[in-house]
Design a protein around this ligand. Structure first.
Ligand code: SF4
Ligand code: SF4
Length: 418
């Protein structure tokens, strides 16, 4: 369907649910099943519930809706499933159905709608909000403000990292030339939260790309990718955001649209699934920075990082985009760096978009499993390529007394170039 958001609908849910043969091979990969032990909180159980709704055997009851939203959309079940059931996209379709039936109400819905529609896609509003938060943090009022807030919002405050200095949040130039022998031209997707909270990661990404011989174009009219909207069921708004980005990026003029946020990258790569032909060129050009550099061949880093590093896979990179080895290969190229495996790299950290805000108890339980595995590996540095994961791991490490630094892999590569 060109130029329009593909219709979700119960028919599509029904058709996709038919792929499930109820084998149960996905169960042990599912964090919510491992926590609850409930079949209805497992991938197989959710597919069964959704098929029941599509067949008219179940209604969108509170119980069914709760299971649809309790899913982390981490897609670990998709990697485990031998039948190719795409549970994540089924869940997203189901959430779009729930939203269009307006059967979900309450504070979670209101918070999502306000934050995702009214703040996130508007760069100036997000910037103003972050500037306010920076002032509160600088004056050390954050504890006092948090103490006055309801528990849910207090938990949210605890998740937020320190807002970086204004210089780090400044817009990047529209063009950064390649260094040394020129190897190509890429566009860089900056994201919405990244420039405000991880401006240093964006700057490092551009430097590493330039250092590797790529001209970097940063289109000024680009905006939010729509991933969080899609995950929460606001499919129409997600489509609007992607459509704007297909116009902002000239896919034909670059070798790749490089992304350093796994959640954004997965959504943008799959945009053609929801927008059809209108997004095909754009989607086909999107590439995670680790995959891009690994494919192109990384120029040898000349510095050293003497540290033991645990790489933790972002769900939407390993399960959503099938990228697992590239970041590890790049990190292994840094002289002095020891890559240490930990026991639980591919499971969700519990961030899952805004899940850690809407489902704090489950999010924390899922995170605690991860932290136990990381603590056993005793790394100096924990690294992961997604802003939500970085915030979640950083806050978890702080809470549990884990002294490791938490950073994006591209920052380590940048530090490894003198
Ligand atoms: S997406 Fe994650 S939480 Fe949801 S059913 Fe699959 S494994 Fe479980
Ligand atoms: S989703 Fe896949 S792995 Fe899970 S029960 Fe169905 S067919 Fe088996």
């Amino acid at each position: 369907m060109e130029g329009a958001c593909a219709t979700a609908g119960l028919d599509e849910i029904y058709q996709r649910s038919l792929d499930c043969v109820h084998c149960g091979l996905c169960l042990q990969a599912c964090p919510t099943y491992l926590e609850t032990g409930r079949e209805t909180s497992s991938p197989r159980g959710r597919v069964y519930l959704l098929r029941g709704v599509a067949e008219g055997r179940f209604a969108w009851s509170d119980a069914v809706t709760e299971e649809v939203y309790l899913c982390l959309d981490c897609r670990a079940c998709e990697t485990a499933c031998p039948s190719g059931v795409r549970v994540g996209s089924l869940i997203e379709l189901a959430r779009a159905e729930v939203e269009s039936a307006a059967s979900r109400r309450g504070w979670r819905k209101q918070l999502e709608w306000f934050g995702l529609r009214r703040i996130l896609p508007h760069r100036s509003r997000l910037h103003a909000l972050m500037s306010l938060l920076a002032t509160v943090q600088r004056l050390r009022l954050d504890r006092a403000v948090a103490a006055a807030l309801p528990r849910r919002l207090r938990d949210l405050m605890e998740l937020l990292p320190r807002v970086p200095a204004a210089a780090e949040r400044a817009a990047l130039p529209e063009f950064v030339p390649a260094e040394g022998e020129r190897r190509g031209r890429v566009a860089f997707f900056v994201g919405c939260v990244m420039p405000e909270l991880f401006g240093a990661v964006n700057a490092a990404t551009v430097r590493v790309l330039a250092r590797n011989g790529f001209d970097v174009v940063i289109p000024p009219r680009q905006g939010c990718c729509g991933a969080l909207h899609l995950h929460t069921g606001d499919r129409d708004f997600a489509c609007e955001l992607v459509r704007a980005n297909t116009l902002a990026f000239d896919a034909a003029a670059v070798d790749a649209i490089v992304v350093n946020s796994a959640g954004c990258g997965a959504a943008m790569r799959e945009a053609a699934d929801w927008l059809g032909e209108a997004a095909e060129a754009f989607s086909g050009c999107v590439c995670d920075v680790s995959e891009f550099l690994d494919r192109q061949g990384l120029r040898e880093p000349d510095g050293r990082i003497e540290a033991t590093v645990c790489y933790d896979d972002p769900c939407h990179l390993v399960h959503g985009q099938g990228v697992a080895d590239a970041p590890r290969r790049l990190l292994a190229r840094i002289p002095g760096l020891t890559l240490a495996a930990h026991d639980d790299p591919e499971s969700c950290c519990g961030a899952a978009g805004i899940y850690n805000i809407t489902h704090p108890e489950m999010s924390r339980a899922v995170l605690d499993r991860k932290l136990a595995a990381l603590a056993a590996a005793a790394p100096d540095i924990i690294t992961s390529g997604n802003p939500g994961c970085l915030m979640q791991l950083e806050s978890g490490a702080r809470r549990s007394g884990l002294a490791a630094r938490v950073v994006h892999p591209i920052v380590l590569l940048d530090e490894a170039y003198l």
